[in-house]
Design a protein around this ligand. Structure first.
Ligand SMILES: NC(=O)CC[C@H](N)C(=O)O
Length: 367
């Protein structure tokens, strides 16, 4: 393990779209970066969060006060690299304590050019974002005045109408798992590694296809089912995948979608999505399965949602899961089709494990 050199006194500044300006210290890479500010309430799992492609281009504030305290480990990546554009933390651990770790979070962020700011009252900031709603922000260790930072902030696009899956999807198709397993075509809109791991550990053989692959090309491989992955961006701007999902559904094949994949399945059935006030990101969101009556504690990361009103207007779409905090749609299934999806993350990267039964449900649907 290497310990990177750092200057704990170098200054960093944060400007929010609503004019809030804060100063702290620079962590990770020295530079300037921005994106939509998102808060995650999980107490653990920072590495899984930073490497989840669904967070591509976003700046993450953690409500937990210590970040970096258990370093990073190669095995806990949700994709090959961090996908976020920046981090905002309270107390940053320059050196973590886990003996089996591969390197410090600071070195990892620095090597991967992720800019961060520490020593801020993140709980106060989270309350601010929770009240005012999602907005863009800029972090910098180079610019510190409002005018300079505003110029940089103006370059950051709004998340609304932004298509991002093509930025994070596989460049070429690839295979995961044992070739003797059940063949599942994965449409990679920004797929997390732990989703693939949950499938292969249940005997599924995955062929992962780039986001813009046609249904015909996936079908040629002869899969038994199709999986539509999670991913970044506005679902309404990912229309090419909605068209693919429509064709899969038409073919009568089993299909399962998670998060962005769930939103693609809703849109393919003319159910609308909308941008939420500040999204759901954390590890303890309560969801009720309306088919079994059982509740689950779930891992979540989404800033858009499927409209309940729109689900109610489409009799072929049945709501299967509901969020017990704010009564938003957490799962649907399509009547007379082998198609279902959830808004939350049953792969449980970084946790909890309550919802992993959904992978077994997908297998049951294919058998
Ligand atoms: N985790 C995801 O797939 C996120 C989906 C979508 N980008 C959203 O924010 O709602």
């Amino acid at each position: 393990m290497t310990t990177a050199k750092y200057n704990p006194h170098s200054k960093a500044s944060l400007l929010l779209e609503d004019g809030t300006l804060l100063h702290g210290i620079s962590v990770g890479y020295s530079g300037t970066a921005g994106g939509e500010i998102c808060f995650n309430t999980g107490m653990t799992g920072y590495q899984e969060i930073y490497t989840d492609p669904s967070y591509y281009g976003q700046v993450i504030i953690s409500t937990t006060s210590h970040i970096g305290n258990y370093n990073v480990i190669d095995d806990e990546q949700e994709s090959a690299n961090p996908q976020i554009s920046g981090i905002i933390v309270n107390e940053f651990s320059w050196k973590g304590s886990r003996k089996t770790s591969d390197e410090t979070l600071h070195k990892y962020l620095n090597d991967n050019k992720v800019v961060g700011i520490a020593d801020l009252d993140t709980r106060k900031l989270v309350k601010h974002v929770r009240t005012k709603g999602a907005m863009n922000c800029i972090i910098s260790s180079e610019y510190h005045t409002k005018e300079e930072l505003q110029k940089e902030l103006d370059k950051i696009p709004s998340m609304l109408n932004l298509e991002l899956s093509t930025q994070v999807t596989a460049k070429e198709p690839y295979y995961v798992g044992d070739p003797s397993g059940i063949k599942v075509a994965v449409l990679d809109l920004g797929c997390k590694t732990s989703i693939l791991r949950n499938m292969t550990s249940r005997g599924i053989y995955c062929k992962v296809f780039p986001a813009k692959t046609s249904f015909e090309e996936m079908k040629e491989w002869g899969p038994k089912g199709y999986f539509i992955s999670n991913g970044p961006g506005d679902p309404a701007a990912t229309s090419y995948a909605v068209e693919t999902v429509k064709e899969i559904q038409e073919s009568g094949s089993p299909m399962f979608g998670i998060c962005l994949g769930h939103q693609m399945i809703a849109l393919a059935n003319d159910v609308e999505t909308y941008k939420m006030h500040h999204g759901h990101r954390g590890l303890n969101h309560p969801v009720k399965n309306l088919l079994t009556g059982k509740s689950e504690i779930t891992s979540q990361n989404h800033g858009f949602s499927v409209s309940m009103e729109s689900v109610e207007q489409h009799p072929n779409v049945e709501m299967t899961h509901i969020n017990l905090n704010d009564k938003t749609v957490e799962g649907i299934r399509i009547k007379d089709k082998k198609v279902f999806s959830v808004q939350y993350h049953p792969e449980a990267g970084p946790g909890p494990h309550d919802s992993r039964y959904l992978f077994d449900d997908f297998i049951a649907l294919m058998n």
